[in-house]
Design a protein around this ligand. Structure first.
Ligand code: PEP
Ligand code: MN
Length: 265
């Protein structure tokens, strides 16, 4: 099945080029977002990410800056001509975030929130739908269909690892999900090695594996000072590390899985 092209601003998912999404786990302040945006844009990222409302396991952990974060993302987007994506967790947040960002993210913890999915479908906004860490591929694709059913075809899927018995990584990246999901619904599939591994040393190998399997993009967490990050520092690349990472990813050969498909069109 040919993968559908999904346009978000000046970026195309499922097109000839692999899309690199980069940015901090959480928007912490304007300075760190601007600094990160400048570096990632200069080095090949097509989209900027940043959490505005954070789905934290503990209610006492940093919860995100909310609307202030959205304003910072918009400013970075305008300044560097790059589309931005942020996660929404409630119906109200869909409405607010849609005024500021180019794409809405449904996180792993909300993949089963069917009301949220339908409402995002009705919003018509491009969506990045992450796979729940306890969801089968079929459940993930059915979640995507909740959005499609409302007439919103701008859905990009994101494999971010599933919960297994393994403890050396935060989750286990399910590589088979990439071709399975791509070939089933014909939607572009990207991979998030940061949340899958939970550790920055695995970001490059997991990304190369994902690209080999035909992923249409990679989403990676980047922070100017990962050791001081308010969330997910251990799985974030520093700016310097991102430069090297992006260079290696950019030089990676086109996956035969994607080439074959393009030729078939
Ligand atoms: C995120 O991308 O910021 C995030 C919280 O990821 P996940 O929903 O995959 O845990
Ligand atoms: Mn994170």
């Amino acid at each position: 099945m040919a993968v559908r092209e999904i346009r978000v601003g000046n970026v195309i998912f499922g097109g000839a080029d692999v899309v690199l999404i980069a940015g901090p786990c959480s928007v912490e302040n304007e300075e760190m977002v601007m600094l990160t945006a400048e570096t990632v844009v200069k080095n090949g990222a097509g989209m900027l990410r940043g959490g505005s409302w954070k789905p934290r396991t503990s209610p006492y952990s940093f919860q995100g800056l909310g609307v202030e974060a959205l304003k910072i993302l918009r400013k970075a987007s305008n300044e560097y001509s790059i589309p931005v994506v942020t996660e929404v967790m409630s119906l109200r947040q869909i409405e607010i975030a849609s005024e500021y960002v180019d794409m809405l993210q449904v996180g792993a913890r909300n993949m089963h929130n069917f009301n949220l999915l339908s409402e995002i479908g009705r919003s018509g906004m491009p969506v990045l739908l992450k796979r729940g860490f306890m969801a089968t591929v079929e459940e993930w694709l059915l979640a995507a269909e909740y959005i499609l059913k409302e007439g919103n075809e701008s859905v990009v899927l994101c494999e971010r690892g599933i919960r297994t018995f393994e403890t050396w990584t935060r989750a286990t990246l399910d590589i088979s999900a990439v071709p399975l999901a791509r070939n089933s619904l014909g939607l572009p599939v990207i991979v998030d090695p940061s949340h899958a591994a939970g550790r920055r040393d695995l970001i490059l190998p997991l990304s190369l594996a994902a690209l080999g399997a035909g992923a249409d993009g990679i989403m990676v967490e980047v922070h100017p000072d990962p050791d001081k990050a308010l969330s997910d520092g251990g799985q974030s690349l520093s700016l310097e590390e991102f430069v090297l990472f992006a260079e290696t990813i950019g030089a990676a050969p086109q996956s035969p899985c994607r080439l074959t498909e393009k030729n078939r069109r």
